[in-house]
Design a protein around this ligand. Structure first.
Ligand code: HEC
Ligand code: HEC
Ligand code: HEC
Ligand code: HEC
Length: 461
């Protein structure tokens, strides 16, 4: 999690509790280009095309289909919901300029390697007259170029399906949404959408992501009865969470195969940061801090692949895709072992595991999740075999976000009451505290806090 960012997150997590966003249906999307339709289809018209007091900048509720103040929320200078409107501006600030200067990229606000994520990445040929890079991550960076639907989507009788057929992205579907967010909140196949270890070394913050929680944090729309009728929302946030985990693992393994700087070393971004960035001493009294981890049978001294999503998926698969669970566990172990032994074998194991992750995404997407499922996943994430796998900063960060999301969705569905959820809050806060600063991370403290949350959750069954 970005230095200092966690503080802000903690405050907002309470708000996240209230959010429930869950969706249906399958629609594959891997960094999908906007669909090739005729005319202006796929053209990114620019945020100015969405503003206007009768469009998405309406101060008072319209009483119509959507609240229509989405642009005002997207621009909110004081909240995480406004972060995307600031994404380009941060490139003009000293921290960003220092990063790009170290990398020899010239001014960050003009560097393609930064603009791919800090602005709408539409290629120049797809930019309309009102398109501005300085708008940052504008509406169409997520919802898709509006050229094909801007005129029709507010016409009488417009439907979500018709909008989608004209090029609007179906972000209500977890797989589509995950693919779009991951392009920037992990990385995509484009060379301009990847934070390399060199960028991290030059000062870029670490990126943490969990689909459901981050959706709640950037929420700029109302989820009311009308929204649910339109999008047929069926399940709680747990489905979005589970699909998001599977999509994230697929993405990281697929990019691991594709992104290789070509030097002696692999791209370090995919490995646990602390495994290399630890202090050590020749003092005979000094004791190494690395711990054995039953989830990855690798020799001491081998940098472990960042397994945060694998740990979450172990828990989710056991409960919600038991037919795939044993295969998944086996492939995870083989992948870790191969990494320590043979690069070519590791690459083929990565491809296998990525394929299984995609099967998991489909399995989660196709089912609904009951209260009992969510409680069982909560328990499986935090205790049993999983509990012994929280040796790394990244894994613990993902676990605490998972606990938060799962608890939030139970509350939102009315499956547990607020007071019961509030009793777990101090434990989650302690776990968040443990991952505030990667250099001050104490795995044992974080594990104890997560275990306490799990113990209390058992009483909720
Ligand atoms: C793969 C997408 C991606 C690329 C490429 C990328 N960034 Fe970022 N950047 C992000 C995300 C996501 C965050 C927010 C991280 C967080 O806090 O979770 C961020 C955060 C930052 C921040 C901290 C902003 C703040 O609010 O404190 C700076 C500065 C920054 N990036 C600069 C750059 C520069 C300079 C480049 C080019 C060298 C670059 N970024 C390339 C995705 C990217
Ligand atoms: C970071 C990605 C992102 C950006 C940027 C973004 N949105 Fe959204 N938006 C979403 C997601 C995710 C949802 C929830 C899923 C859905 O309903 O499609 C959503 C939902 C909405 C909805 C509700 C749709 C409905 O059917 O009720 C509206 C309206 C909307 N956004 C408008 C905008 C406008 C206008 C902007 C620009 C000012 C914008 N969005 C920027 C991701 C984004
Ligand atoms: C085109 C790139 C891009 C896409 C697509 C994108 N984001 Fe972001 N997002 C960013 C950048 C860059 C930042 C950091 C901006 C800053 O620091 O001001 C950010 C910040 C955020 C934040 C604020 C918290 C933080 O880490 O600073 C949330 C929450 C968030 N994004 C959620 C989402 C979700 C959910 C989606 C998918 C629906 C999404 N984003 C899609 C680029 C993107
Ligand atoms: C396989 C080992 C390895 C892994 C894994 C690794 N790094 Fe590094 N990192 C290095 C090396 C080697 C350097 C260069 C050290 C030097 O220049 O003295 C470095 C440099 C850095 C620096 C600059 C340090 C400085 O003071 O100049 C930062 C920041 C950094 N890494 C962050 C990260 C982050 C964040 C991750 C996880 C995403 C990560 N590293 C993963 C080995 C690693």
């Amino acid at each position: 999690m970005g230095r200092g960012r966690a503080t802000g997150l903690i405050g907002l997590l309470a708000a996240a509790l209230a959010a429930v966003v869950a969706m249906t249906a399958v629609r594959a999307a891997w960094a999908d280009p906007d669909p090739p339709l005729g005319g202006r289809a796929g053209v990114h018209e620019g945020v100015a095309s969405c503003s206007g007091s009768t469009c998405h900048s309406r101060p008072a509720p319209s009483g119509l289909t959507v609240r229509q103040n989405e642009l005002i929320t997207w621009q909110d200078p004081h909240s995480e919901a406004g972060a995307h409107s600031r994404a380009w501006k941060v490139l003009t600030q000293p921290r960003a300029e220092a990063i790009s200067a170290k990398l020899g990229l010239g001014p960050a606000e003009r560097a393609p390697a930064c603009l791919g994520c800090h602005a709408d990445p539409a290629p120049p040929a797809q930019r309309g007259a009102r398109f501005q890079l300085s708008d940052g991550v504008g509406c169409e960076a997520c919802h898709g170029g509006a050229g094909g639907w801007i005129a029709s989507h507010y016409a009488l009788g417009a439907t979500h399906a018709a909008n989608v057929s004209r090029g609007m992205l179906a972000l209500d579907e977890p797989k589509v949404r995950a693919a779009r967010c991951l392009d920037c909140h992990f990385g995509g196949p484009s060379p301009n959408q990847f934070v390399t270890h060199q960028m991290m070394a030059a000062g870029h913050p670490q990126i943490a992501f969990e689909l459901d929680l981050f959706t709640a944090l950037q929420k700029h729309h109302d989820v009311d009865a009308d929204y649910i009728a339109r999008h047929k929302v069926a399940a709680g946030g747990v489905k979005t969470w589970a699909v998001g985990q599977a999509m994230a693992l697929d993405r990281s393994l697929t990019l691991f195969g594709a992104k290789n700087p070509g030097g002696v070393f692999p791209e370090f971004l995919f490995f646990d940061c602390q495994s290399c960035h630890r202090t050590f001493s020749n003092d005979p009294k000094w004791r190494p801090v690395s711990e054995p981890n039953p989830g990855r049978p690798i020799p001491v001294g081998t940098p472990p692949f960042n397994d945060e999503n694998m740990i979450m998926l172990s828990a989710a698969a056991k409960v919600a895709a038991p037919a795939l669970s044993a295969r998944f566990e086996g492939e995870v172990k083989s992948f870790h072992q191969a990494l320590a032994q043979n690069g070519a074998v590791a690459a083929s194991q990565a491809a296998k595991l990525a394929a299984t992750s995609r099967e998991l995404a489909d399995a989660f997407n196709a089912r609904s999740f009951s209260r009992a499922d969510t409680l069982a996943i909560f328990e499986a994430v935090l205790s049993g075999d999983n509990a012994r796998r929280y040796t790394d900063f990244e894994g613990v960060t993902q676990a605490v976000m998972a606990a938060d999301t799962l608890l939030g969705s139970l509350v939102a569905e009315g499956a547990i009451d607020r007071a019961a959820a509030a009793r777990l809050r101090p434990d989650l806060d302690r776990a968040y505290q443990a991952v505030r600063d990667p250099t001050a991370f104490h795995a044992a403290e974080a594990r104890a806090a997560l275990q306490q949350a799990a113990d209390k959750a058992r009483g909720l069954k």
